[in-house]
Design a binder for this molecule. Structure first.
Ligand code: ZN
Length: 458
């Protein structure tokens, strides 16, 4: 029985989808003005794991993750770069897909873009105005009147009066109440805009998600996710819009992932900007970055540092080394009656407890190391697949990974192995030992076996 922590209820609840066997899930995606950074990887990785486990549990999952392709930051960045917002958006989306693929993130079922749904946003705003929950202002903006929606604050646990007290004094004079938020922004000269009953303009950010989720999932669906920083105001405002428009529940389970924290020392300067996924991948294998995310629970803060990345890489190396020594039998179905699989399932059913699921994998790895069972290795690999791990050829993984500047390349290593073999044939053991030690100093371990010499990076 799957339980999920529902932010709205502030407790774990048994997960029951609206439609048996089907899950409808929406996650707030990227505003595409710059490369995805490691905090995005954490957030999207968390929901990738949730998506994978729902799927492994037998649900047909409709997973929608939007793209915000119109925004002040996009307009500003495009102007600075001397390109159009459309050019910036296309380039950034291509970069995002490439980077997320390197982390083995599955693509969502649908990836709608805000600019494709402006008509739906205008229609929802018109409905909200007709219901007295929104009003056009003299400046061409349209605002949501939060005091006209009785449930405002229920997700974040904030009362209107608390929120009121937190407001700054220099309030927009066009708002009836300082807490009102914008649904439609009047166009400034030179900005992308659409025609509307309130003049030319563009949608506010919050209305995008209410409209795109409804388009693909209906006005009432199962799971809505995002980073914990989106609880307020973004998700609170989505509830106000969607429930304010339809007068029924918008989402049954609200799920939020924890922040990324920088543990220990600052990012190494020698590695430059170590924050964009793309830059991290110059130094670390994408699966090692994924493993760092998988071994933490999605609601906990994720500690991030170069040392922790190295540690994640070393742990993943250990698991791949087991599969190199004991190759998995091919394409096995998971035996859910086995003790390991049962415990893996219990962990994942407990609000997607991936750290406990990973602990089961390590126990399996120890047993495989002891008994060399290819069948158990097959079960191990099949369970790891649910977490998006350990599906590569072990030798390719252990020899691969990004080659940093100045680091020895696979071709150079192979050449040294040949030279060492020649030295041994000539009984020049001093030379063969020298080559082995020289490689070890460069982080390359040689292993002599019945099939000859193989290597892996340390
Ligand atoms: Zn959103």
């Amino acid at each position: 029985m799957l339980t999920v922590y529902n932010t709205l209820a502030r407790e774990k609840q048994v997960f029951t989808p609206i439609e048996p066997g089907r899950v409808r899930m929406y996650v707030c995606g990227m505003t595409v003005y710059d490369l995805c950074h490691i905090g995005h990887a954490r957030m999207l990785g968390a929901f990738d794991l949730i998506y994978r486990w729902l799927h492994a549990s037998g649900y047909e999952v409709n997973y929608v993750r939007n793209i915000t392709d119109i925004d002040d930051k996009i307009i500003k960045r495009a102007a600075e770069s001397g390109i159009t917002p459309e050019q910036l958006v296309e380039r950034t989306i291509a970069d995002m897909h490439a980077d997320l693929g390197q982390l083995y993130l599955l693509p969502p079922t649908h990836e709608p873009r805000a600019t494709q749904h402006v008509g739906g946003m205008i229609a929802m705003i018109e409905k909200l105005i007709a219901k007295g929950r929104a009003y056009p202002a003299a400046n061409g903006d349209v605002y949501y009147a939060v005091r006209e929606f009785p449930g405002y604050g229920k997700l974040s646990g904030k009362s209107l009066d608390d929120l009121q007290a937190g407001q700054r004094v220099d309030v927009d004079p066009h708002k009836k109440d300082p807490l009102d938020f914008v649904l439609w922004k009047a166009a400034k000269p030179g900005e992308p805009h659409w025609h509307s009953p309130w003049g030319d303009g563009r949608p506010g950010w919050h209305i995008e998600c209410s409209v795109m989720s409804e388009h693909h999932l209906g006005s009432h669906f199962d799971i809505h996710g995002g980073g914990e920083d989106l609880q307020f105001p973004h998700h609170e405002n989505e509830i106000a819009q969607s429930e304010g428009c339809h007068d029924h529940t918008y989402v049954n389970y609200w799920m939020h992932n924890g922040f990324l924290q920088f543990a220990g020392e600052k990012m190494s300067k020698s590695l430059g900007n170590f924050f964009a996924i793309r830059d991290v991948l110059k130094h670390f294998d994408g699966e090692a970055v994924r493993f760092l995310i998988v071994r933490a629970h999605y609601r906990s803060p994720l500690n991030y540092s170069e040392d922790l990345l190295r540690d994640a890489k070393a742990s993943l190396d250990r698991l791949y080394t087991v599969l190199k020594k004991t190759p998995a039998s091919e394409r096995v179905a998971i035996d859910w009656t086995s003790d390991y699989a049962k415990r893996f399932k219990t962990a994942m059913d407990d609000d997607f407890n991936t750290p406990d699921a990973v602990a089961v994998l390590f126990e399996m790895a120890s047993e495989i190391n002891r008994n060399g069972s290819k069948e158990l290795a097959g079960q191990f690999k099949a369970l790891a697949n649910i977490l998006g791990l350990l599906q590569r050829d072990p030798s390719d993984y252990l020899q691969g990974g990004p080659v940093a500047e100045g680091e020895i390349t696979p071709e150079q290593i192979e050449a040294q192995i040949v030279a060492r073999l020649e030295a041994r044939k000539a009984k020049n053991f001093a030379e063969s030992d020298r080559i082995r030690d020289a490689l070890l100093k460069q982080g390359v371990v040689l292993e002599d076996g019945p099939q000859g010499t193989t290597w892996r990076r340390q």
